[in-house]
Design a protein around this ligand. Structure first.
Ligand code: FE2
Length: 289
């Protein structure tokens, strides 16, 4: 059993049931409890990489989760979840300098409709949470260092863009444009609509740097393993992407630059000023660790 953070409690409402009786007196576990149990099985002991088979099993189960299993309406908006002015600091400014929800409370309203984060559960091994995006809401390009991420769109449509970093020989890194940028390869640049299969990002592959732009009001259920952690060096870093154009001398390490359209430069940036996430109250069944 992983050690519990934040008291190890899920943020379900007090008194909510973990499951339902099937009429024979047997308590049937709620889907979110089953998700938790499978995450424990998949990501324990802490620090070990799960097998592809275990990840696929988790993805298959995640695919069965419905908005109602999490206390969400099928088509919700940011008004459909009760919000609190101070929530869990999930995403941070570049290099992790400032928890996002320690900024001015009304900052989101000043720029764009805020995104709401519903914290479901977190321990050292994994976290479960839901991002609710209003139409046109944007989760800017960010990374997941050393993390496995499974994401399930619960409702709505979103444009997902994702990249993987490309390793360059040390002697040609200085000619990146803009300077100090990293070369990355596009993995996904597509609109996804519910229902669709959950996506999987691996620590170095699968589009570990990604952005979400809400085409409609939408919500995505995220499982992060392990979670972001300052003390363990897993900071959330933000990026801006620039078109890649081939430079003299960069052609050809043979493994990267065969298709210019597939590559971009990623420049590390501070957390965008118009990006604001507020904490909301998870209203689904409580998880019992
Ligand atoms: Fe992400």
């Amino acid at each position: 059993m992983p050690r519990r953070a934040n008291g190890g409690k899920s943020s379900g409402p007090k008194g909510s049931n973990n499951g339902q009786s099937n009429g024979n007196g047997i308590i049937k576990k709620s889907p979110v409890q089953m998700l938790y149990d499978l995450c424990v099985e998949t990501f324990s002991p802490h620090g070990t990489l799960p097998t592809p088979e275990a990840i696929e099993k988790l993805r298959s189960f995640l695919d069965t989760i419905k908005p109602s299993d999490l206390g969400l309406k099928e088509v919700a908006s940011v008004q459909d979840v009760s919000s609190t002015p101070v929530g869990r600091p999930t995403m941070r400014k570049g290099k992790g300098r400032r928890p996002v929800n320690k900024g001015p409370v009304n900052k989101g309203a000043e720029f764009a409709p805020p995104i709401t984060y519903l914290h479901v559960y977190e321990c050292d091994s994994f976290s479960i949470g839901i991002f609710c995006l209003p139409k046109s809401g944007v989760l800017p390009l960010h990374n997941h260092p050393g993390m496995t991420v499974l994401s399930k769109i619960l409702y709505g449509s979103m444009h997902i863009k994702s990249y993987d970093c490309v390793e360059l020989p040390q002697d040609i890194q200085h000619i990146s444009d803009p300077p100090q940028s990293i070369l990355a390869k596009k993995k996904v640049n597509t609109v996804y609509s519910s229902p669709c299969e959950p996506s999987i990002l691996c620590p170095r592959t699968g589009g570990n740097i990604h952005s979400f732009t809400a085409v409609t009001s939408c919500a995505v259920l995220d499982v992060l393993a392990p979670p972001y952690s300052d003390k363990d060096g897993r900071h959330c870093t933000y990026y801006r992407d620039y078109p890649y154009s081939r430079q003299p001398g960069l052609s050809e390490n043979g493994n990267a630059c065969d298709d210019e359209q597939s590559y971009v430069w990623l420049e590390e940036i501070e957390r965008p000023d118009d990006f604001f996430v507020k904490g909301g109250q998870y209203m689904g069944p409580r998880i019992e660790p």
